[in-house]
Design a protein around this ligand. Structure first.
Ligand SMILES: [Zn+2]
Length: 172
């Protein structure tokens, strides 16, 4: 019996197919219902504290340590260059940034500067998008450390004030 077949049986929810659901005992006993190879694999899983898991992202099965907090597998996801774990981490990071008021405010000012830059109303030196990024990064870091809502609000105001004072005269 191959590992894949064993895994299929292990994942089966039907009692008649699943040796992990014995009638009355909590023990796994090798019987004629499943082969010696199967028992060996099962024993290996138990002795190594391994469990079978289904990756919620790619919907494929994978094996992980019982106490591992990983939910996602480490296979390359579709045509990305990321494994499911880092693919999901990146998506969550982007989502978090979108919900972040410092980042939202940064987007507003960056877009304003960018539009004027495109229309030729500002020079790249005047727009100084790198400086805007630098200010944002500093506030993002502070923001991520603040649990207090009042402190977070204060940071947003300070961030906006700093943008205005840096771009004084541009009437952003
Ligand atoms: Zn996956």
């Amino acid at each position: 019996m191959s590992i894949a077949e064993c895994i299929d049986i292990l994942l089966s929810s039907e009692k008649k197919n699943n040796p992990l659901l014995p009638e009355n005992t909590g023990f796994i006993i090798p019987t004629k219902h499943y082969s010696y190879e199967f028992y060996k694999i099962l024993d290996y899983f138990i002795s190594e504290n391994l469990v079978l898991s289904l990756c919620p992202n790619c919907k494929r099965r994978f094996i992980k340590k019982y106490n591992s907090r990983t939910m996602y597998c480490d296979r390359i996801y579709k045509n990305t260059h990321d494994i499911c774990q880092s693919y999901i981490a990146k998506i969550n990071y982007k989502k978090k940034l979108k919900e972040n008021p410092i980042q939202s405010m940064y987007n507003i000012y960056r877009n304003r500067l960018y539009m004027r830059l495109r229309r030729g109303k500002l020079s790249p030196e005047e727009a100084n998008l790198n400086k805007l990024k630098e200010i944002r990064d500093r506030y993002l870091q502070e923001y991520s450390l603040s649990d207090d809502k009042l402190v977070a609000n204060k940071l947003c105001t300070e961030f906006e004030n700093e943008i205005h004072s840096f771009y004084q005269g541009l009437e952003l």
